[in-house]
Design a protein around this ligand. Structure first.
Ligand SMILES: Cc1cc2nc3c(=O)[nH]c(=O)nc-3n(C[C@H](O)[C@H](O)[C@H](O)COP(=O)(O)OP(=O)(O)OC[C@H]3O[C@@H](n4cnc5c(N)ncnc54)[C@H](O)[C@@H]3O)c2cc1C
Length: 620
């Protein structure tokens, strides 16, 4: 089959048209019925569905197609096979999640999944088919049956293409590319926290715009960039998790970071450390027979798990890490070359081509691989309709913690989660939008009275030296996270790391307050916040479970497994600044754009001490 070229039929002209209109002197406040932050599978699926009911703004940080979705290789799960069953998918998901997943949520997703995947087919997504025309189902680690719908090994690219083409054809959806949400606009109405939109940095025009909407869908994806080795693209800086946390949404299970066992180890070929996004060697390659060997040619998975190369990801990642550390090797080897070359090339054209650029022919030789951060199982806690504890704020996709993944995600369940929750959020969103007009209309009117983004909250590009400062802080942060909150953890290391991050976070906040708003500082502040959330959650959990292995408590706890939750605002440097008063004096928002606080050194030191003390109390 000839695969469509990436983003063929995307309707780019329609997208850029809406952007140039915005840039040409539009007001600093934009009103929509639905505000969608992020344009991956979650944001686009939701936008397409609510566009039938009102105007939709899709605000996205880079080009619309950039995000984890377009890099997904393996596929999306759906119980479509003759011998498969929803019950089997539920059990596989519960086992992978180390029994921390919510069975109710898992059942809903596994049951509704096939309908959502077939909607993608109707939308025009071209998945790989068998000769008889039926969808080809592949298998991945942790799955008891073949149930992965895929488009060769470029599934995410095909899904993103189909969704973007459909969205571009809808008159009701306006895209704002290169627009980064900085903070949510929120208030309290009758004692209930309410989200009314977001303050957004137009990165090209360098100006702030307040997007107002009764419903905001947070679909900003994951936070892989908080680690030095990640399969995630550069936009994955945890912005949604950090923004929601600052807006007092509950964040859950952040300690469960999934490390993919087999990312391409470029340094094995180039001799230089890998930089930026690490290319993923999909689990499907092991599903189709790929075998792991150490550098002495031993099939080491035999020593760790009876499921060998198809054991769940956390087990394989730890086994590889163990081999690398104990043998002082930089990588292990993944070999599928014993299979017929035409079969390999038909199923893995993208992986073969990527490896070829490093001089590796996967039909003849093994691939050097090592673990890398891959997925955040935790995030903004939602109910079964994607609703959060902040009215008007919904979350969907990797940014959310719906209860599906528990302590570890089953392969190919995340694209599915985005599809299922995008649909489930539609009706509650409509109900909320109507309710808002009744209950929070006045607050929304006040908030939309043109906000001033001047002084310290004004956008400003960073100088070369400030950019270097940001890069150095990011490198420091990611190194701390890899050593303290990586594949194997120790409590003492995590406590020390939390203190280090509190200091760094404070410096970042001070830098922002001196230099104004820029994408680099927005991302750095969010990465610091996410790092702290991961460490705080990890310190709350007094056991090892799923993706969280802590040597001080090597086994699962004796009590029933529970979800770790962090709510309210107990992060150090993101302690709320005095509420900003807008219009009739309604406190709107805390944090980034608030007035400068605590400028003096003594005050800085004092608030840092208080912050550290409160963190200590949180985690003991
Ligand atoms: C290499 C790789 C392979 C994978 N393979 C699979 C697979 O085979 N099957 C599977 O189920 N899952 C897979 N995953 C995981 C899956 O791709 C993601 O979990 C899923 O695509 C997340 O979708 P999303 O819509 O939540 O986020 P994303 O697709 O990451 O989209 C997030 C969007 O938010 C935008 N954004 C971020 N911050 C801001 C901000 N401040 N303001 C505005 N916009 C913002 C981004 O620009 C982007 O548009 C893979 C992931 C990777 C990285």
């Amino acid at each position: 089959m000839a695969w469509p070229t990436p983003f063929e039929g995307l309707g780019r002209r329609a997208i850029s048209f809406s952007i140039s209109q915005t840039a040409a002197g539009a007001p600093a406040v934009r009103n929509f019925d639905f505000l969608v932050l992020g344009s991956g599978i979650a944001g686009l699926s939701y936008a397409l569905k609510v566009a039938k009911h009102g105007s939709v703004a899709v605000v996205t940080k880079a080009q619309a197609e950039e995000g984890c979705t377009q890099y997904a290789q393996g596929g999306v799960c759906a119980v479509l096979g003759k011998h498969d069953s929803v019950e089997a998918h539920v059990e596989d998901t519960m086992i992978a999640g180390d029994h921390l997943s919510s069975r109710r949520v898992v059942e809903v997703v596994c049951k509704e999944g096939p309908m959502r995947v077939m909607e993608l087919v109707e939308l025009g997504a071209q998945f790989t088919r068998k000769e008889n025309g039926a969808l080809h189902l592949t298998r991945e680690g942790g799955h008891s049956h073949r149930r992965i719908v895929h488009a060769a090994d470029v599934t995410g690219r095909e899904i993103e293409r189909a969704l973007l083409a459909a969205a571009a054809a809808k008159g009701n959806i306006t895209f704002f590319e290169h627009h980064a949400a900085v903070d949510l606009v929120h208030t309290e109405v009758n004692g209930q926290k309410v989200c009314m939109g977001a303050d957004v940095l137009d990165q090209q025009a360098m100006r702030m715009i307040r997007f107002m909407a009764p419903v905001t869908m947070l679909a900003t994806g994951g936070a892989g960039q908080v680690y030095p080795n990640t399969t995630n693209p550069s936009v994955a800086t945890g912005d949604g998790m950090a923004m929601a946390y600052r807006a007092k949404a509950t964040v859950a299970n952040m300690e469960f970071v999934q490390f993919h066992p087999t990312a391409f180890c470029a340094s094995a070929v180039t001799g230089k450390p890998s930089q930026g996004r690490t290319f993923l060697i999909s689990e499907a390659l092991r599903g189709e027979g790929g075998r792991l060997y150490n550098q002495s040619g031993h099939r080491f998975m035999e020593d760790y798990d009876s499921r060998l190369d198809l054991a769940p990801r956390d087990i394989v990642a730890r086994a590889i890490q163990d081999q690398m550390l104990s043998r002082n090797d930089s990588h292990v080897l993944l070999d599928i070359s014993y299979k017929p070359a035409d079969e390999i090339l038909a199923h893995f054209p993208n992986i073969a081509a990527q490896c070829k650029t490093f001089g590796i022919d996967i039909t003849r030789e093994p691939i050097p691989v090592a673990p890398a951060q891959h997925y955040m199982c935790g995030g903004v806690q939602t109910g079964l309709s994607g609703e959060t504890n902040v009215a008007g704020l919904f979350a969907c996709g990797e940014v959310s913690c719906t209860g599906l993944h528990g302590a570890n995600r089953l392969a190919s369940n995340s694209l599915l989660e985005g599809l299922v929750f995008a649909e489930r959020a539609v009706l509650p969103s409509l109900a909320h939008a109507e309710g808002t007009l009744r209950d929070a209309g006045q607050a929304m009117t006040r908030a939309s009275q043109c906000p001033e983004f001047t002084g310290l909250s004004a956008p400003r590009r960073l100088s070369v030296s400030n950019n270097e400062w940001v890069a150095a802080k990011r490198a420091e942060l990611t190194a701390v996270m890899w050593s303290a909150a990586g594949i194997v953890r120790r409590r003492a290391d995590m406590k020390e790391a939390l203190q280090q991050l509190a200091g760094m976070h404070f410096d970042v906040q001070a830098m922002w307050q001196s230099y104004g708003t820029s994408t680099e500082l927005v991302e750095l502040r969010n990465l610091m916040a996410v790092g702290e959330l991961i460490l705080m959650s990890a310190l709350q959990r007094q056991e090892s479970r799923g993706g969280h292995l802590v040597l001080d408590h090597p086994g699962p706890g004796l009590k029933l497994p529970r979800t770790t939750r962090i709510g309210g605002s107990n992060l150090s440097a993101s302690k709320p600044a005095p509420p900003q008063l807008v219009g009739n004096g309604v406190p709107l928002r805390s944090g980034s754009l608030g007035k400068k606080t605590g400028g003096g050194l003594i005050e800085r030191a004092r608030s840092r001490e208080v912050a550290l003390k409160s963190q200590k109390e949180d985690v003991e």
